[in-house]
Design a protein around this ligand. Structure first.
Ligand code: PEP
Ligand code: MG
Length: 558
């Protein structure tokens, strides 16, 4: 009998499509029994010490084989394994007569629950700790660590959740896609899938019911897993896989819409070290250079010379190309004691961004000096902007100050609703606007971007956010001034089209997102982008806007 097609949904990571047969991760180990130990406490403690050392060694050697986030996560896990507070907790349980296996199980569970209670980013780390516990228990039992199955054929990996240790070493020539029951958009599985460009959907409620050998289509863009697809669905998936592969392979064309309208695609960078990655991904320049890393974790501001050298390193990588540098954005999620050590109950509404710089004008002047000197020494087209500008007066202040240092193109970030609402006046003075959708969403929806409990509000698809972006786009068009987007929203390929429809003239994102956004833009004309923007603006909420635009955009025009 033919299987019936069903669809499961979850949070898609990226835009890819995968088609293949399911192979499941091996199931977690059974819970260790509560029976009292027949060994002495010292014997049990010695077993734990040996198992922990073996697991930590294994994690460290895995870390040494990879780079980037994967290496950091594995290192962090090896440290979790050897954490002394955890070891004390386990030892106390063993002293009470518990077996090593049970003591590790219970001890790690207590810490895991504490992480979950903390929520947000810390809560997402609970999976990492669970994985370490499973590894230690497996080592105690003399069993192999639970992990990724072996296969000669490519497959779609289905797991309850994927431990970083497994994700880091996935054989990407075999794993077509990844589906997990647990995990959210900020879980390590999601972060690593994004970094490795694995087609993934996390948080899929029915994932545990997927059996080995079942054929599935994993469509990250729509967040759907189609189980036992029909022939036409299979053919459509195949077509999209080939189209995307061709676009990604060829893909260093400048960003443009289907009608040829250029939409330069730029990179967000956090230090000059990332320039090569950006160039390799076809970035046409830099749309947001965050200068914070030069200052954060320091006891004093870097000198003009130190800053100048770093800016020269950045600008030299982009001769003749646009590089937008943001002056220091400290405060709130990026605290900096030497700038502002006053206690603030609501730091996101406090002395941050340009406000903090203005209160420490010497520091701002030094940064502008270093930027002007680097500009004079290099061939890039340097643009400079201020973060967290909320008034026309602040715009005038910054533009006058920066142009006084000989900087030619001086603009502001629009991250606060007041600046978006008065964009027509802001852009009378500023040479350009760059919309920071992360903060603009936080301030429009009044939801702290760091707070897990209100994470649902942090969605730039919200029509209120889009309406504000439309205000800035219209003001840019009226004044003939560029309007860029440099928040995470620009990295969402479909939302990127909507943003262009609202008047964005450039899009800036982490280099890994450039290829999918480039492909998405080629599917729509400017008129179609504007029509999709209208569809989004007419919705009542973020989810409705996203769904309505998806429906209106499918099938994409050929
Ligand atoms: C933003 O707020 O969207 C932005 C780009 O700035 P950051 O994320 O650094 O605050
Ligand atoms: Mg911001």
């Amino acid at each position: 009998m033919a299987e019936t097609t069903t669809q499961l949904t979850g949070a898609g990571i990226g835009q890819g499509v995968a088609l293949g047969r399911v192979l499941r991760m091996s199931d977690p180990l059974p819970e260790p029994a509560e029976t009292p130990s027949t060994r002495t406490p010292d014997e049990e403690k010695a077993r734990v010490a040996e198992a922990v050392a073996a697991v930590a060694d294994d994690l460290r050697s895995r870390a040494a084989k990879v780079t980037g986030v994967a290496a950091d996560v594995l290192e962090a896990q090896s440290m979790m394994a050897e954490d002394s507070t955890l070891a004390d907790d386990v030892a106390t349980r063993i002293d009470g007569g518990t077996t090593a296996e049970r003591a590790v199980f219970e001890g790690f569970a207590v810490f895991r629950d504490m992480l979950i209670d903390l929520g947000g980013y810390m809560g997402e780390r609970a999976t990492d700790l669970d994985d370490v516990a499973q590894r230690v228990i497996a080592a105690l039992a003399g069993r192999p660590a639970p992990g990724v199955p072996e296969s000669d054929e490519p497959y779609v990996l289905v797991a309850h959740d994927l431990a970083p240790a497994d994700t880091a070493l996935l054989d990407l020539t075999k794993v077509l896609g990844l589906v997990t029951r647990e995990g959210g958009p900020t879980s390590h599985t999601a972060i690593l899938a994004r970094e490795k460009a694995i087609v993934a959907i996390v948080g899929v409620a029915g994932a545990d019911s997927l059996a080995d050998g079942t054929e599935v289509i994993v469509d990250a863009a729509s967040g759907t897993v189609t189980v036992a697809p029909a022939d036409d669905q299979r053919a459509d998936a195949q077509h999209r896989i080939e189209e995307r592969a061709a676009a990604l392979a060829g893909g260093l064309e400048p960003g443009a819409l289907a009608d040829g309208t250029p939409i330069p695609l730029l990179a967000n960078l956090g230090s000059a070290d990332g320039t090569q990655k950006a160039l390799d991904a076809g970035a046409e320049g830099v749309g947001l250079f965050r200068t914070e890393f030069l200052f954060l974790d320091q006891r004093m501001a870097p000198t003009v010379e130190q800053q100048r050298e770093h800016y020269i390193a950045l600008l030299s990588a982009f001769p003749g190309k646009k590089v937008v540098v943001r002056v220091l954005d400290a405060g709130a999620d990026k605290p900096l004691a030497f700038l502002n050590d006053a206690h603030e109950d609501n730091p996101a509404l406090g002395l941050r961004g340009l406000r903090a710089l203005r209160a420490n004008e010497d520091l701002l002047r030094e940064q502008l000096t270093a930027l002007a000197e680097a500009d004079a020494a290099t061939e890039a087209d340097l643009w400079v902007m201020a973060p967290m500008v909320s008034t026309v007066e602040e715009t005038r202040y910054f533009v006058e100050l920066a142009t006084g240092y000989g900087l030619k193109t001086v603009g502001v970030m629009v991250e606060v609703p007041s600046a978006a609402l008065l964009a027509d006046r802001v852009l009378q003075t500023a040479a350009f606007a760059s919309i920071g959708t992360n903060d603009l969403t936080q301030y429009t929806l009044a939801a702290d971007r760091l707070l897990g409990s209100v994470a649902g509000f942090q969605d730039p698809w919200h029509p209120a956010v889009l309406r504000l972006i439309g205000e800035v786009g219209a003001a840019g068009a009226a004044h003939g001034k560029p309007v860029g987007i440099c928040g995470e929203a620009a990295a969402d390929p479909l939302l990127a089209v909507v943003l262009v429809g609202l008047g964005a003239t450039t899009l800036s994102m982490s280099p890994a997102a450039l290829a999918d956004v480039r492909l998405s833009l080629t599917r729509y004309t400017l008129d179609q982008a504007r029509a999709l923007a209208e569809v989004a603006l007419a919705a009542d909420g973020a989810a409705e806007a996203r769904d309505a635009v998806r429906a209106a955009a499918t099938p994409p025009p050929q």
